[in-house]
Write a protein that binds this ligand. Structure first.
Ligand code: SF4
Ligand code: SF4
Length: 385
C-alpha cells in the first residue's frame, strides 16, 4: 500500500468493539484469542467482549499459566498453545468420502464452502509463520488447494507486541516484535491510567476500507512514536535468543554432536513441540470405514516427525531413535528449511519451549552445540542412530 504514513489512525477502546462488529457485518467469521481451560486459545469469537480483557500469561520452559492484570488490556499476553494454522491447515480434514452402492461405490461431492475468516490478534511472529506456511503449502508446484482456499479469504488484524514473553526470541529470528507488512490492519494497544486506545495502521485497501467505517482520528506523530516506543521496549525485554549466523552450516557439521544424546535422554517424543509450532506442517492420511462397510473416507491429520511411524518407508523406519528424530526436527527447522523453502522454519514464538513437558529449550540446544562446535566429530556414528 502506498503512503502508509497517511493510513495511521487512533481508535478508542469503545470503537475497537465497533471495528470487530464491522468485520462481522461484512460477513467475516471472527477468530481470535479467548480464555478457556486456563489458557488463552484461538477460537470463534462474537466480538471484543470475548477477548481475554485483563488477562496475561507467564511462561517458562515447560510452564504456562494465565494470571489477572490490574487493567483491562485486551492483548497484554503472548502466544498460547494454539496457532492460526488450525484454521488454515486443519488438524483433521476429510479428503474424500465414498458410499457403497450395489455395483461398487460412489464418491460424495465435497463441500468446499470456505468461510471468510478474520484473524484478530495475529502476532508479528505468527504473521511470519503464516508466510512460511504460504511458501510451503502454496509456493511450489504442488499447491494444497484447501489451504489456498482458506488463506485467500483471511483478513488479518495483527497486534504488535507491547511485552515480551519469557520464552519469546523473535528479535534474533528477525520476525518481531513489530510487523511491517503482511497484515490488513496492525494494532498497537496503548493503555495507561489516562487512556485506552489503539494506534492502527492499514496495510491494505481492504483494511483501510474497514477502518473508514469505524470512528477514528488520524494518528499524530506523537501517537506513532508512542506506538513505536512500545514495541522497541518489547525488543529490549527479550530474554532469549538464537545466534543465527552460520547456523545452517553449524548444524550440518554437528550431526554427530554428543548433545543429541543428551537431549534424547530428556525428550519424551510426545510431539507437543510440533503440534504447537505454527510452521510445522507434516500430515498423514488414514483410510477409515464404518463397521458395516457402507462408507469409507480418507482423512488427512496433523502428524509429527517425532512419531516413529512417520519415517516408515518400505520395510523400515528411517529414524528409529529419539536422538535421530529430535535432531531431524531441529536441523530441519533451522538448517535445511533454508534449502527447501528459502527461510528459517522457526519464527521464535517460543511455543515449543513452554509446551515441552520436559522443558527442552531450542535456544539452549543450539547454544550448547555452538559452544562445543565440532564435538563428537570423531565418533563416527551412523547418522540415523
Ligand atoms: S522436545 Fe519436548 S515437546 Fe518435543 S517431543 Fe521432545 S519432549 Fe515432546
Ligand atoms: S520451532 Fe519453536 S520457537 Fe520456532 S516457530 Fe516452532 S514452536 Fe515457535
Amino acid at each position: 500500500m502506498q503512503d502508509r504514513a497517511n493510513h495511521r489512525f487512533v481508535v478508542t477502546r469503545h470503537d475497537f468493539s465497533m471495528l470487530l462488529a464491522t468485520l462481522r457485518e461484512r460477513g467475516y467469521l471472527l477468530l481470535g484469542p479467548t480464555l478457556r481451560d486456563q489458557a488463552i486459545v484461538y477460537d470463534e469469537i462474537n466480538g471484543a467482549e470475548d477477548l481475554p480483557a485483563g488477562w496475561t500469561d507467564e511462561q517458562e520452559a515447560g510452564q504456562y499459566k494465565v494470571k489477572r492484570r490490574d487493567d483491562n488490556a485486551l492483548f497484554a499476553y503472548n502466544v498460547g498453545p494454539h496457532s492460526w494454522k488450525k484454521f488454515l491447515q486443519l488438524p483433521s480434514l476429510t479428503l474424500w468420502k465414498a458410499q457403497k452402492t450395489d455395483n461398487g461405490f460412489k464418491v460424495e461431492e465435497r463441500d468446499e464452502a470456505t468461510p471468510r475468516m478474520a484473524f484478530i490478534g495475529v502476532r508479528p511472529c505468527e504473521l511470519r509463520a503464516i508466510a512460511v506456511q504460504d511458501q510451503v503449502l502454496t509456493g511450489g508446484d504442488h499447491i494444497d488447494p484447501d489451504y489456498a482456499r482458506r488463506r485467500k479469504h483471511a483478513f488479518i488484524v495483527t497486534v504488535q507486541c507491547t511485552q515480551a514473553g519469557n520464552t519469546c526470541f523473535c528479535v534474533s529470528m528477525g520476525t518481531g516484535p513489530r510487523a511491517e507488512e503482511g497484515f490488513d490492519l496492525a494494532v498497537t494497544e496503548i493503555i495507561d491510567t489516562h487512556r485506552h486506545e489503539f494506534v492502527i495502521e492499514a496495510g491494505t485497501d481492504t483494511g483501510a476500507e474497514i477502518l473508514a467505517r469505524v470512528p477514528h482520528r488520524s494518528a499524530s506523530e506523537a501517537d506513532w512514536q508512542n506506538a513505536q516506543s512500545a514495541t522497541q521496549r518489547t525488543a529490549e525485554q527479550m530474554g532469549r535468543q538464537i545466534e543465527t549466523s552460520g547456523i545452517r552450516e553449524l548444524l550440518y557439521r554437528n550431526a554427530e554432536h554428543p548433545r543429541w544424546d543428551e537431549v534424547a535422554d530428556r525428550c519424551l517424543a510426545c510431539t507437543n513441540c510440533t503440534m504447537v509450532c505454527p510452521t510445522c506442517f507434516c500430515t498423514a492420511v488414514e483410510d477409515v470405514t464404518d463397521l458395516a462397510g457402507q462408507t469409507a473416507e480418507r482423512i488427512q491429520r496433523w502428524d509429527s516427525c517425532f512419531n516413529s511411524r512417520y519415517s516408515y518407508i518400505h520395510g523400515g523406519i528411517v529414524r528409529p531413535s529419539t536422538r535421530s528424530r529430535y535432531r531431524q526436527w531441529l536441523t530441519h527447522k533451522l538448517a535445511y528449511w533454508h534449502d527447501q523453502f528459502g527461510s528459517s522454519g522457526c519464527v521464535g514464538c517460543g511455543r515449543c519451549i513452554s509446551w515441552c513437558p520436559a522443558g527442552i529449550d531450542i535456544t539452549e540446544e543450539v547454544a550448547a552445540i555452538r559452544a562445543n562446535d565440532g564435538g563428537g566429530m570423531e565418533q563416527g556414528r551412523k547418522t540415523n542412530e
